[in-house]
Design a binder for this molecule. Structure first.
Ligand code: 7TS
Length: 418
């Protein structure tokens, strides 16, 4: 984290957000007759022209099924699909292409690990450590496992600042602990968890760690080898790529031992009615025709992000978050929910006496798009004893003017409810 920009929001890093914003056609439009201020990036991010062109270009010039044909289009489509895998490998610094599994998104990645890694290997009473700040997609797959084979969920509580309770994680380890599954960055609070340290601790107990990186990969440099995580799940649509595509990174040694998650074409080597054998990694985990266009689009998103630089993005968003935090604190009767020391660009808040849905509806009339609700993190809401929050979530194309527009719209909210 850049300490200088961390503390003084007036010192914005040298980053030309308006320049990058021009690459996003959707951000050029108006809603309700006002310029669109898009602050719902944690739900999904917008797509640059380069990604849109890559997807369209695939359908215009390359469309064919992959790993099947000897004809030219099929060979070109396969090369583009596998080329995208290499881009993703490089982006998160995985050791091998075998470790990059294309999936539908973070949700499918986590379900894959629960069913393929957990279901056959865990026994009744085996324990999985999660935290109170998980997205439902890193809770419910483990609850399904609880129902299927009696796995027990152990939960690291959070503080009122939205940090993991100090010391609580370490105390949860027992001889039955089999897996840690943890958000790298919380979508509801923005907290960045000290995952590297936590991974070291888990490994000392011989326990593998899955990180839910859905909110980390679009906002900070992620190096899976430096983290030494065992599984890392993320979604393309939150990192300026298409919907319906994401990645499960997993260490090759683990994937080699795991049974297939789904059966079908492409994941097999031989099929006989007496039994089948599996294709090599990563194809063993990619049954059926994959999301070819999505993968190619995601590869283009990676190229685009690399052309900006993840470190620059992180520094800029950090400064913007600091600015947003200070500006929101000037709004009367507004309380931020999630004030961890290490945060990514998420500003969750409540306003006294006003339901978050009313906040969302009124600011929308001003052209400002935010999300309201429980953000698929109901246990977080329960912790703070609130039904919902309003949430502004940042991307590198947002500016201080966007934050100012939000603050101005919130003053409208206050006027309506005066
Ligand atoms: N994990 C985290 C931390 C998330 O924020 C989300 C989606 C997911 C997993 C699931 O990702 P998916 O792409 O598979 O759906 N989070 C949000 C959100 O904050 N608002 O809408 C979706």
């Amino acid at each position: 984290m850049n300490a200088r920009h961390d503390r003084n929001p007036l010192l914005m890093p040298d980053f030309d957000a308006p320049h990058w914003r021009r690459d996003f056609p959707i951000l050029q439009q108006q809603v309700h007759g006002k310029p669109l201020v898009y602050l719902d990036n944690a739900a999904t991010s917008q797509k640059p022209q380069a990604v849109i062109a890559a997807v369209a270009g695939y359908y215009e010039k390359l469309n064919a099924n992959v790993h099947r044909g000897v004809h030219q289009l099929s060979e070109l489509a396969t090369a583009a699909y596998e080329g995208a895998r290499e881009k993703l490998r490089r982006f998160v610094n995985a050791a091998s292409l075998k470790e990059i599994i294309f999936v539908r998104g973070a949700t499918e990645a986590i379900n894959l690990v629960a069913q393929s890694y957990g279901r056959g290997r865990f026994q009744g009473g085996d324990e999985i450590i999660l935290s109170e700040m998980e997205h439902h997609s890193n809770i419910v797959p483990w609850q399904l496992l609880h129902e299927q084979m009696g796995a027990v969920l152990k939960i690291v509580p959070i503080t009122d600042a939205g940090e993991l309770e100090p010391g609580a994680y370490e105390k949860l380890f027992t001889s039955r602990t089999r897996l840690v599954a943890l958000a790298h960055v919380s979508n509801a609070l923005g907290s960045i968890n000290p995952v590297k340290k936590m991974i070291v601790h888990a490994h000392q107990h011989g326990v593998p760690v899955l990180l839910d990186g859905a909110q980390a990969v679009p906002h900070l440099p992620v190096d899976v080898r430096d983290l030494d995580c065992d599984f890392y799940a993320f979604s393309g649509h939150k990192m300026f790529g298409p919907t319906g595509i994401g990645v499960l990174y997993a260490k090759e040694a683990l994937l080699a031992e795991m049974p297939p998650y789904q059966g079908g074409g492409d994941m097999i080597r031989t099929v006989r009615f007496t039994g089948s054998t599996w294709n090599e990694l990563p194809h063993k985990f990619e049954a059926g025709t994959p999301n070819i266009a999505g993968s190619i689009g995601l590869g283009a998103a990676v190229d685009y992000l690399e052309s900006i630089g993840m470190l620059s993005i992180q520094n800029y968003e950090q400064a913007l978050l600091e600015y947003g935090t200070q500006r929101l604190q000037t709004v009367k009767n507004l309380r931020l929910v999630g004030t961890a020391r290490h945060k990514a660009g998420v500003l969750s808040f409540v306003m006294e006496g006003i339901h978050p849905h009313d906040i969302g509806t009124i600011v929308d009339q001003e052209g400002v798009a935010i999300r309201t609700g429980h953000h698929c993190a109901m246990p977080v809401m329960e912790h703070f004893r609130i039904p919902a929050t309003a949430r502004a979530s940042l991307a590198f194309y947002n500016t201080r003017e966007d934050i100012d527009a939000l603050v101005q719209a919130l003053e409208k909210v206050r006027e309506v409810f005066r």
